[in-house]
Design a protein around this ligand. Structure first.
Ligand SMILES: *Cc1c(COP(=O)(O)O)cnc(C)c1O
Length: 345
């Protein structure tokens, strides 16, 4: 039986081309700025994002944390969504390590933050208040269903943050999925941002790493913060080499993952007992939950699906997340639908 792993696009393994690039990568001491492959990845990432400079970091979490600590002083406030990855899933790093205060706004169903909420969250200059410093957006928005923030909304946010004097960081872990879904170059989604993090190790299939991009001055400060966090890596070119292959060869094919997510959602919609929440997924994620009539709990369904060779993510007591990626083909999608039919029959 073939194994189909839909738990996340983080499970993607490096392609043979990546492994070959890693094996032959030219390397040096990156803390001394001497790893030519890391330097090439950072320059390539910055160019793609339309920013002056890039910084290779160990993970998306580290990229966001470095960004927050570079933008904010202790006691400053960042405004972010209640369903954002940075708020929910990064172990409170910005508070623990940066003393940064979080002002949490409700994410709208499309992953956005309402402009009037942002404006209302901004603090007047008053010794009672923390200093409003940073707005964090997420694109695509993971917990909201892999939803996409488009250029019109982003440009309105850009106008607002400039008016208020806030900095804007985009957690663009899957920004290339957003760009692919819109059929736009990724720069159309990064223009308003002072900084942006994106992941090499999700849909782009690299084994490790993210890149934080911003102005040359910002990245110079971020480099010191990365060192403080213990993220200065030495011959990291072996990892960056896979990242270069990811950027050069994997972004153009993400539409295939989106097509398969659509196929998966449509197939699952026909399975009695399962309610697909986004029958036309915005990107590569399908969310579904069990109807009240189903006597099984979510954990049991996950286990029985695994016994059929299909791993899915539990996203609530009776709710699932399924993510398509490079290692899931059309047959894998069919196998997943058939497995769900069998488990729920
Ligand atoms: C995966 C993810 C991250 C970073 O995750 P790491 O596992 O630390 O690389 C950040 N933001 C979002 C929205 C994500 O989905």
């Amino acid at each position: 039986m073939k194994l189909v792993d839909l738990r996340s696009d983080t499970v993607t393994q490096p392609t043979p081309e990546m492994r070959a690039a890693m094996a032959s990568a030219e390397v040096g001491d990156d803390v001394m700025g001497e790893d030519p492959t890391v330097n090439r990845l950072e320059a390539l990432a910055a160019e793609k994002m339309g920013k002056e400079a890039g910084l290779f970091v160990a993970s998306g979490t580290m990229g966001n944390l470095v960004a927050v600590l570079t933008h904010c002083n202790r006691g400053d406030e960042m405004i972010l969504g209640n369903l954002s990855h940075t708020f929910l899933f990064e172990a409170g790093g910005s508070a623990a390590l940066g003393g940064v205060h979080a002002y949490v706004l409700p994410n709208q169903p499309d992953g956005s933050l309402a402009l009037q909420d942002i404006a209302a969250a901004f603090r007047a200059d008053d010794p009672h208040y923390p200093v409003s410093r940073l707005l964090v957006l997420e694109n695509t928005h993971n917990r909201c269903g892999g939803t996409v923030l488009g250029p019109d909304y982003l440009s309105q946010v850009g106008d607002l943050v400039r008016k208020l004097g806030l900095h804007l960081h985009i957690d663009g872990a899957r920004i290339f999925n957003a760009a692919a879904a819109l059929g736009l170059p990724v720069q159309a989604l990064t223009r308003e941002a002072d900084s942006i993090t994106f992941c090499l190790s999700k849909g782009l299939c690299a084994p490790v790493g993210s890149v934080l991009c911003g102005s040359r001055e910002f990245i110079a400060r971020a480099r010191r913060i990365r060192k403080q966090l213990g993220g200065g890596m030495r011959q990291a070119g072996v990892l960056a080499a896979a990242g270069i292959v990811a950027l050069e060869t994997m972004t153009g094919r993400l539409v295939e993952d989106h097509r398969r997510a659509c196929q998966l959602a449509q197939g699952l919609r026909e399975v009695p007992g399962l309610i697909v929440e986004n029958p036309v997924p915005a990107t590569n994620m399908v969310f579904a939950h069990l109807s009240d009539a189903v006597p099984l709990d979510g954990g049991t369904v996950v286990q029985r699906m695994a016994a059929e060779g299909v791993k899915i993510g539990l996203a609530g007591e009776r709710r699932f997340r399924m993510v398509t990626h490079y290692w899931v083909d059309d047959e894998g999608v069919e196998q997943a639908v058939e497995a769900m039919r069998k488990v729920l029959q």
